[in-house]
Design a protein around this ligand. Structure first.
Ligand code: ZN
Length: 135
């Protein structure tokens, strides 16, 4: 950023943007709240959030602010479902229509065989154990 107000300062980050957005939501909520005490509290929280966001952006302790931001991001990542795991689950579900999954009685490893072949003799590719299964 070079010179000016933000030189050597933390500037805007995801946490500050989130705090500002949350403050805006609260400000809008406060405008429709009819109970005076509730409106007062919500407005006060909104102001506090804006002040924290501004203080973080103007902070010169960049290392500490970055650590806070990382924690915030990690917190949100924990809530989000892993898209890779989700895709794997969907693939498996689709696959179960055409393939059956068995556990080898010998080595307990999972085997995948095509469905609809009736009773077949399965040879475990891991340990060579043979067993009969109905697909
Ligand atoms: Zn086996």
């Amino acid at each position: 950023m070079g010179n000016g107000l933000f030189s050597g300062r933390n500037g805007s980050d995801a946490l500050s943007v989130f705090l500002t957005a949350a403050a805006l939501v609260l400000a809008v909520a406060a405008s429709v709240i009819t109970t005076e005490i509730a409106r007062y509290i919500v407005s006060a929280v909104a102001i506090v959030l804006v002040v924290i966001a501004a203080a973080r952006m103007l902070s010169t302790n960049v290392g500490r602010r970055r650590a806070e931001n990382e924690k915030f991001l990690a917190f949100f990542r924990a809530f989000r479902k892993d898209p890779q795991k989700k895709a794997e689950k969907a693939r498996r579900k689709e696959d179960r229509k055409t393939h059956a999954y068995f556990k080898c009685p010998e080595c307990k490893k999972e085997l995948r065989v095509p469905r609809g072949k009736g009773k077949i003799k399965i040879t475990c590719p891991h340990c060579g154990h043979q067993f009969i299964k109905k697909t």
